[in-house]
Design a protein around this ligand. Structure first.
Ligand code: SAM
Ligand code: DTB
Ligand code: SF4
Length: 325
């Protein structure tokens, strides 16, 4: 059964289950609700990089931190479509375009993003964007252009949020997510482990996600990639056990969601990643770059899939299942 009425205490008890038991439970639920042999392969592209006015403490693209990234204006549509085609040829079925914007503005850049969405959709890929805050009208325009999903993360608990970001509120985030839902676009929403948050913060974030009237269709679980020049550059590396606990809990609470093992794979062994797949992760970002930081190459990931007997999930499968039921 899919539930949206989890109590905080239930989430807490689940999260604190002994690890082996938790993995076993998550793997069982995963098997019941999903095809455990397949993993969704998504590719990210930063279409506008750096110079962002926000102060997210983890982010190399915030203008106020002195990081080594090169600021880049919005890419040309043709160039973006070339990348999308390459990603498709390499076996990716979802293409996610990220922009270092606080929010979308109704200007020529937005018109260009609309064109990009149309173009990627025409390639037969699931198109996703992550562009910051959105109004309902903007979400509708993107939906009309063929946008399949919108990524907008809660990152952490409402209580800890202010320690990580001061230039917007948790409620701003929830409002955008609501606007995306109303436009009929699939919601991609998750968080980051390793920001300095407590277990309680992780439990609260999971509770917020799992009690949304409709669960997000995808839930990215990122391990902080500490970047030189950001306030969190010296944070301790996330332990794989913490990531596995987070993934397994998300899988049990939101059985049908695509749980994405997102940032952080570049420094994880295949054995570590295998544990995450066992615990219910069924989506990854592939391609040698995330937005600005390194990621394993397509070839490395396909070798890992071969080793584990996993296969990439076909595009638009969620939609097809909905039509069948
Ligand atoms: N500017 C938009 C926004 O903030 O919604 C979209 C792009 S933003 C880079 C997308 C997400 O990437 C953030 O919400 C955060 O969860 C994740 N992220 C950014 N930097 C990260 C890092 N260093 N390590 C892990 N995740 C990170
Ligand atoms: C998400 O949850 N993780 C992705 C995607 N959504 C946009 C971004 C990860 C970014 C990691 C840092 C970087 O490469 O800049
Ligand atoms: Fe800007 Fe997004 Fe980075 Fe925050 S996470 S600084 S909003 S690009």
């Amino acid at each position: 059964m899919i539930r949206s009425d989890w109590t905080l205490q239930e989430v807490e008890e689940l999260y604190n289950t002994p690890l082996m038991e938790l993995i076993y439970k998550a793997a069982t639920i995963h098997r019941e609700f999903n095809d455990t042999g397949e993993v969704q392969v998504c590719t990210l592209l930063s279409i506008k990089t750096g110079g962002c006015s926000e102060d997210c403490s983890y982010c190399p693209q915030a203008a106020r931190y002195h990081t080594d990234i090169n600021v880049q204006a919005l890419m040309k549509t043709d160039q973006v479509l070339e990348y999308a085609q390459k990603a498709k040829d390499a076996g990716s079925t979802r293409f996610c375009m990220g922009a270092a914007w606080r929010e979308v503005r109704d200007n020529r850049d937005f018109d260009r993003v609309i064109d990009m969405v149309k173009g990627v959709n025409e390639l037969g890929m699931e198109v996703c964007c992550t562009l910051g805050m959105l109004t309902e009208e903007q979400a509708k325009k993107l939906a009309d252009a063929g946008l399949y999903a919108y990524n907008h993360n809660l990152d952490t608990s409402a209580e800890y949020y202010g320690d990580i970001i001061s230039t917007r509120t948790y409620d701003d985030r929830l409002q955008t997510l609501d606007n995306v839902r109303k436009a009929g676009v699939s919601v991609c929403c998750g968080g980051i482990v390793g920001l300095g948050e407590t277990h309680e913060d992780r439990i609260k974030m999971l509770h917020t996600l799992a009690t949304m009237p409709e669960h997000p269709e995808s839930v990215p679980v990122n391990a902080l990639v500490p970047v030189k020049g950001t306030p969190l550059e010296h944070n301790e590396k996330v332990k794989v056990w913490d990531l596995v606990r987070m993934i397994a809990s998300a899988r049990i609470l939101m059985p049908k969601a695509m749980v994405r093992l997102s940032a952080g794979r570049a420094t994880m062994s295949i054995a570590d990643q295998t544990l995450c797949f066992m615990a219910g992760a069924n989506s990854i970002f592939a391609g040698e770059k995330l937005l600005t930081t390194p990621n394993p190459t397509f070839d490395e990931d396909m070798a890992m899939f071969d080793l584990l007997g996993l296969k990439p999930r076909e595009a638009f499968k969620g939609e097809k299942e909905m039509v069948q039921h």
